[in-house]
Write a protein that binds this ligand. Sequence first.
Ligand SMILES: NC(=O)c1ccc[n+]([C@@H]2O[C@H](COP(=O)([O-])OP(=O)(O)OC[C@H]3O[C@@H](n4cnc5c(N)ncnc54)[C@H](OP(=O)(O)O)[C@@H]3O)[C@@H](O)[C@H]2O)c1
Length: 313
Amino acid sequence: MTVPLIKLNNGNEIPAIGLGTWQSKPEEVTAAVCYALKEAGYRHIDCAWGYGNEKDVGAGIRASGVPRSEIFITSKLWGTWHTRVEEGLDQTLANLGTDYLDLYLVHWPVALNPDGNHHLIPTLPDGTRDVLHSWKLQDTWKQMEAVLKKGKVKAIGVSNFSEAKLEEILATAEIVPAVNQLELHVYNPQHRLVAYLKSKGIVPQAYSPLGSTNSPLLSDEKVLEIGKKHSLGASDVLIGYLVAKGYVVLPKSVTPSRIASNLAGSLAAAQKLEVADIAELDGLAAGGKQKRFITPPWPVDLGFENWPPVWNE
Ligand SMILES: NC(=O)c1ccc[n+]([C@@H]2O[C@H](COP(=O)([O-])OP(=O)(O)OC[C@H]3O[C@@H](n4cnc5c(N)ncnc54)[C@H](OP(=O)(O)O)[C@@H]3O)[C@@H](O)[C@H]2O)c1
């Protein structure tokens, strides 16, 4: 299986489809990762310290027998590590059992209190998230640049960054983020933000491409209609649409048949979808179906309640 490669702004290449691992239970993810690499042809795994399953992902990578040098591994810096990037990265490297990452992302543009009441999501007495308001994202980015220069990661990027947050770090950045990993799918296409990313040479990565858990996207009538026209399943249309748009796409599954079809079926779909199909899918959100599925309860003063606002912004 030949998975298209997308060039990053540092010259490295990233496979256009990667296996997502969020909410993959530790006892399931080892087999899923092993199957994806050994049987289904994946060469790209999307991980995060915050998912709490990196050790099990690492076990799956080793069990696959695929050499480390052939696999593109991404992980992410969780909020409680913003002030200590290298320390957080070292935990991830030890968890995964590797001595470098191909890509390391700032998971959210929010630093959380590293000395708070919980290592993952510290909270204040009123129950809201314990954010380190005085910390500057620019300083997180400086530390990301430092681990890149040290050779511990081959590329650095961000996730869940709006244009404003990117402008904030770009004002002092030496290195432009290679990617911005975002919720991107037919109900949340973020056309304007994607256009901005392209203008900066930042590759968009699509998370929750199927609409995440119990998704209504899989039964959307337009998606089904386009699928019927080309003899494709709904998941093939949803992932293939994003591949056809040139994004890196990160479908998650722990089910072998789905892991396989999310790669093979969607690559076939990316070839079959016509310009008119893509245009119709591009317009679903604008036609009234705009919906974001991943909405963590960040404190309101961070502006997330308005972000990303509507289909065309
Ligand atoms: N940067 C971030 O903040 C962020 C946020 C969210 C996600 N992500 C990344 O993006 C990845 C994907 O997003 P996601 O996990 O939210 O959702 P997703 O990939 O859109 O959907 C995953 C769900 O769809 C099911 N599924 C997978 N393939 C299917 C198919 N062919 N037919 C029907 N159902 C199917 C999976 O079930 P089974 O597993 O049971 O098969 C699971 O319930 C994550 O795993 C993570 O790596 C990043």
